[in-house]
Write a new protein. Structure first.
Length: 125
């Protein structure tokens, strides 16, 4: 399994962490997702999808800024997941949920407002 960055330094601009829960792979992203580090987020997300989980939950509730480059990562992640992996995004704040809704991505991607909700829905995958 790929190794994911996990920084506990509060000054770090981006933190990534992954954990398995049965057949659900949870990828947590915190900090700012912008043009310069969106490729890092995408790389980690694609590596996680390569593990072929039944469900992948991308929790971006800890993201404080989500640029258009970050939104593009969500779209590419959804396309890579295809039919084999149920792809869900946890977004619940103005920094994440609002841009997803304004761009209409919530019509293309399963978006929920809590990690608990995403994990509870794992049974319908």
């Amino acid at each position: 399994m790929p190794t994911f960055a996990d920084s506990s330094d509060p000054a770090a601009p981006l933190r990534l962490k992954t954990r398995w829960f049965d057949r659900v792979l949870l990828v947590e992203v915190a900090g700012e997702v912008e043009l310069l580090n969106a490729p890092q987020v995408e790389s980690e997300l694609m590596a996680a999808l390569d593990e072929r989980p039944a469900v992948l939950v991308l929790d971006i509730s800890g993201v404080t800024f989500l640029s258009s480059a970050g939104l593009a990562v969500l779209v590419r992640g959804r396309h890579r997941a295809g039919e084999r992996t149920r792809f869900r995004v946890v977004a619940n704040g103005a920094a994440t949920l609002r841009p997803i809704q304004l761009t209409g991505l919530d019509q293309e991607i399963d978006v929920v407002t809590s990690r608990e909700q995403a994990m509870a829905m794992a049974g319908d995958a």
